[in-house]
Ligand binder design. Structure first.
Ligand code: SAH
Length: 250
């Protein structure tokens, strides 16, 4: 695993900045914030509205349903974020039309010191804001949700847990699915027998080399069964073939 992590500062631009608490207050990402392993500055585009109502959107040219977040207001919000985080911070706008996030992209994002995430609402952003101020349009998959906050936090969470020291057990991020290009192996904990079903005996053997071998074989088998698209175009390597054969999984 490449361990070049520079990332520690996030900007979160949203008309619902309090939503960040789902990330900043809970679990591993909450603890990491309290420990100062990363910071988040929230920016509310409404602060840059010019009317009393804090309007950030307007009707679409050409007609049709929905509203569009305006270029001047979103640009001002990004400028504020850059003032806080630095001009070099890449601006990532969440959009179902963006590149779909994956492990490779996450690794490249971890090399940045700071990132600015922009959550859309309504029909999304004026296209001129995207072309002038946004570096990456990022999607979390071929589904549409009602705002970019949850997609942005989904990506931020996955980045934060890769910052060294965030996960209690340093090894656990390396063993996660996708990190080595494969799905994770199955996990078991007590009780040893649940409704008549026992834990695979190898896991009780105390033979750590054999356990590691079984887990590697399980990872490979799962990936072949569930996500054959993740295995490189070519067939199994000789080594992978013999791994599966050892455990009679071929
Ligand atoms: N009319 C837009 C969708 C707007 S949904 C379109 O069809 O492209 C409102 C906001 O939710 C978007 O601006 C975006 O920030 C966020 N969003 C919705 N689906 C998303 C997805 N799959 N990935 C990332 N962000 C998404």
């Amino acid at each position: 695993m490449t361990n070049e992590v520079a990332l520690s500062k996030f900007g979160f631009i949203s008309i619902f900045p309090e939503m960040i608490s789902a990330l900043s207050d809970w679990g591993v990402t909450g603890r990491a914030l309290r420990e100062g392993r990363y910071s988040v500055d929230t920016i509310d585009p409404r602060d840059f509205a010019t009317d009393r109502h804090g309007t950030v959107d307007d009707r679409p040219y050409g007609g049709g349903p929905g509203m569009v977040m305006t270029a001047p207001i979103m640009t001002a919000a990004v400028e504020r974020a850059k003032g806080l985080l630095g001009d070099q911070a890449p601006v990532i706008a969440m959009s179902p039309q963006g590149q779909v996030v994956d492990e490779r992209l996450l690794i490249s994002l971890l090399k940045q010191e700071s990132l600015i995430f922009v959550a859309g609402r309504y029909e999304g952003f004026d296209e001129r804001f995207i072309s002038r101020s946004v570096d990456i349009e990022l999607s979390v998959g071929d589904i549409v949700v009602s705002g970019g906050e949850i997609p942005a936090m989904l990506v931020m969470d996955s980045l934060i847990r890769r910052i060294p020291g965030v996960l209690g057990d340093e090894l656990s991020a390396e063993q996660d699915s996708f990190v080595d290009g494969l799905l994770d192996c199955p996990h078991y904990t007590r009780p040893e027998i649940f409704e008549g079903e026992t834990v695979p005996s190898v896991l009780l053997s105390g033979d750590h080399a054999r356990i590691a071998d079984w887990r590697a074989a399980q990872s490979l088998k799962r990936t072949l069964e569930r996500r054959p698209d993740l295995i490189a175009e070519s067939d199994l390597s000789e080594e992978q073939g013999s791994l599966l054969a050892r455990w009679e999984m071929l």
